[in-house]
Every structure is written in structure tokens, then in C-alpha cells.
Design a protein around this ligand. Sequence first.
Ligand code: RIB
Length: 353
Amino acid sequence: MLTIRDIAREAGVSTATVSRVLNDLQSVTEETRRKVLETVNRLGYRPNGLARSLSTKRTGTMGLIISDITNPFFPEIARGVEDVLNAYGYNVILCNTDGHAEKEAAYIRLLVEKRVDGIIFASVRTDKSDLSDLDANGIPWVLAGRTLPGIDRDCVVVDNILGAYQATQHLLQLGHRRIGYVSGPFHVSVNMERLEGFRQATSGYGLNASELPIVEADFKQAGGYAAALRLLGPQSDLTALFVANDLMAIGVLEAAHDLAIQVPEDLAVVGFDDIPLAALHTIQLTTVAQPKYEIGAVAARMLLDKIDRVNTDGDRSSAKVILTPKLQVRRTSGADLSPQIGRQPATVPDAEK
Ligand code: RIB
């Protein structure tokens, strides 16, 4: 039978470190934690917590609700959630809402019926009624990658305003002034935060953000394609597009190709997420990287912590965790091109001097 010593030897760390990863939620580095959890999963080790959970009438299952299983952004989050929860003896029930609020509500009801021990979800909803239902049923929850209006706790998100600001500022520094925004659904929190970052950056350069075109789409590739066709018609004077996620940005690149618009020479494109496709040699999408695995892993640890505290009559709520995005500059923004006709010189606004 596997013991904690086997895990420590295989991972090249001390048994105390393995124990800290499995029991203490804070005091090891992220790299060590990943190494230990990877070893735990690979060898199939199950900590004693499972036996404890059975005796405390827990079901040993957690729900994970994501909004689009076809978007490569979510599997990385799911992987982070699964690695952490599996290591603590939990199984994860995956639910896909296709971005529909009704489907999300139905899945929440189902998970409540199944008496899951907790739920992690990337909400598509605009109100927090489900959260009160979960609280009333004593089921702890954490939001991952999405927030809800009025919820300033129990969620793990990237700083979307900062990420969008960095992406837009990158385009502005390259000399672009006619920049369009390909938006996700207006009711989704992260999209509105990205729009806010876009507005702050353009206003900082003295541009009237309300005069820049914004087209709402659906966070999907086909939606990005359709939005680009609307934005890049014959009358268009746009030289750049900031796109609210990478899947839509890939749709934009397809549309540009079909319209015989050269990227980045005629049109610079920046996305958001840094999904694996973005780094492909044939795509090379400049984008804002979100720490996807970490969002899932941190949300899972937060949920475990919350469950522990609920059982010891502690405070049920947790802090809001905001992770830092990182601009990943690649080919599609044309950072290595010489200044283009039609673009403004890359002047720095007074506020930045
Ligand atoms: O729902 C899709 C989008 O929401 C993802 O691409 C990611 O940006 C998330 O916040």
C-alpha cells in the first residue's frame, strides 16, 4: 500500500512537504505543490481524508460547472480543479452550460440533489439567486474565472481590467488609434471588465472611447468571425482589433484571411486567455495570458478550506483572489513591424510621462 513516504521519495521532497501540500493550504511554493500533486495523481495515492469524509457523511464528490467545454480555456481550469480535489479524495462531476443561464440553474439544482460537498463554477448568470440557494442548502461554493455583480468574496479571477488595459496600451504604443473591440456577451462580468480596461487605456491616450466601434459576440470562434465581418467592411478605417477572448480572435484571423486583409500589416489583432492554439507557429496570436491552471487549483483549495471551516463553525466566506495577467506579445500585433502608413506615431500621453 502506498504511503506518504513513497510520494515524498518519488517527488524528491520531504514527507513534511507532502503533508503540508495535503493538509496546509498555504506554506509551499506553487511549483512544489504541483510536483507533489502530480505524483499523488500519477501513483494513485489517496490520503486518509477520504475515509474521514465517508464517516462524516460527505459524498466525496464536487461539482464543476463551466460555460463552454469546447473553449480550450476551460479544460486547463478543470485540470487545476481536478488535480487538487482528486488529491484530497474527491471525484469531480463536470457540467457544461453552453453559456446558458437556464442550463446553469438546472445543473446547480441537480448537484444540490446529488448532495455534492461543494461546487466550483464559472457563472454565466447576472444575479446571485443561485448562491443563496446553495447557502440555504449548506453547500459551499467558489466562483472560478468569473464573478457576479455584488459578489466580492469566494472567487478566483484574473485582473481583467488590467489585462485589457495592457493589451490596448500595447496597440496604442504601436501607433494604432482606430481600434475596435470585439466583445463577449455584455452580461458576462469578465467581458465588461475587459471593456472597462479598453476604455481606460484609450481615454488615457486622449481618444473618445465611445467613438470606437464595439461589436458584441458570444466568446466563440464563429461569433468572432461574424463580428470581424461587421467591423472590417469596405468603409472600415480600423487598423487594430482587441478581441475579448482567443477563440473569437481566431475567428477574426479567419475573417481577415477571407477578406484578404493582411495580419499584422493591415490589421493588428490581440486576444485574451492565451489558449494553447495561440502559440501555434501558424497562428502566433498576441494575447493576454490568464493563469488558467492556477485559477482552477486555487479555487479548489479555497473550496476545501471553506468546507473545513464550515465544519468547524468558522466563517464561511473567503477572500476574493485576484491573479495577475501577462501580455504575451507574438506576431499578430505586429510589434516587430516598422511604423505603418495610416497609423499615428507612438506618442506617450502626458499621464504616462
Ligand atoms: O466563456 C469564455 C471566456 O470566459 C473565456 O474565453 C475566458 O476569457 C473566460 O473568462
